[in-house]
Design a protein. Structure first.
Length: 277
């Protein structure tokens, strides 16, 4: 897979040289290049921003360096292509524009993007990138504004670190043991079960006995119950979103028991409104 990251702070992306992602690059599994957007400026000050039309606070990123950078990354033909939308058959390069105003990036998005040949990440700073860059890019690329959550960052770089790591680890050969991908949080809509290692007792805390029983069936059931209980407690929204057939009778019994265990003690008012109706 080819990945290009455009940023005015390329040093911010240095962590992509480390660990699993760094090794995947060395092994040739990932063709990842971080570019300095200022390489496509032509003035002495390497200017990438200007004041917003219509007034207001802050600065806006100029379209010119972005246009030339994308021309260079897309290669010959890009500048002469017709003014038609990029093909929607999954072959077009994807322009990912990190923005708190984007579609929320999830594990499903990571899986989808891991199937593509070429991803370009356009890290904006200041108040954002002139809208015409995205508008123009739709003629050559699939443009995807992407948010990594409901909070505001200073720029797209940290979000790109998050997205590249989530995508790259799904590529064949990047993770040593692909089985570890399967049971993970969010792959099947449930959070992970808690894990333990030796010693069996540590600071008076014992490992749950079932894990020492050697009964693989019981261990599997306990782990699934823990995943259900944890998801119900921490992320009830994930349970609501599960497909109908994701939970069997035993799962439903576990969840009913968990709900009963969480009921506020009789006579004690629960804090806040009851949204369950
Ligand atoms: Cl992708 N970018 C910025 N600047 N802020 C964000 C974000 C992205 N996702 C959440 N907040």
């Amino acid at each position: 897979m080819r990945l290009d990251v455009l940023s005015i702070f390329p040093d911010y992306l240095a962590p992509l040289e480390l660990s699993l992602i760094g090794r995947a690059r060395e092994k040739g599994l990932l063709d990842l290049t971080v570019h300095d957007l200022r390489d496509w400026t032509h003035d002495r000050h390497r200017t990438v921003d200007d004041t917003p039309y219509g007034g207001g606070a802050g600065m806006v990123m100029k379209p010119q360096p972005w246009g030339e950078a994308l021309d260079a990354l897309l290669g010959a033909g890009a500048a002469s292509a017709e003014e038609a939308p990029a093909p929607e058959d999954g072959t077009a390069p994807v322009l990912i524009v990190p923005s708190p105003a984007g579609e929320v990036f999830t594990q499903a998005t990571a899986r989808e993007l891991a199937e593509r040949r070429h991803l370009v990440f356009a890290c904006g700073r200041y108040e954002g990138i002139d809208q015409r860059v995205s508008d123009w890019a739709t003629t050559r690329m699939e443009v995807r504004p992407m948010s990594i959550g409901d909070y505001v960052l200073n720029g797209g770089e940290v979000a790109v670190l998050v997205m590249v790591e989530a995508i790259a680890r799904l590529l064949p050969g990047v993770i040593g043991n692909p089985e570890s991908l399967d049971e993970e949080s969010h792959e099947d809509g449930l959070l992970e079960y808690p894990v333990y290692t030796k010693p069996a007792v540590w600071r008076d805390h014992a490992v749950p006995p079932v894990l020492l029983s050697g009964d693989h069936g019981k261990v599997a059931r306990w782990r699934r119950d823990e995943r259900l209980r944890r998801t119900a407690r921490v992320r009830p929204d994930l349970l609501v979103a599960l497909p109908q057939d994701a939970l069997d009778a035993h799962d439903r019994a576990t969840l009913a028991q968990a709900a009963a265990d969480q009921e506020p003690t009789a006579g004690v008012e629960a804090a806040g409104p009851d949204l369950a109706e």
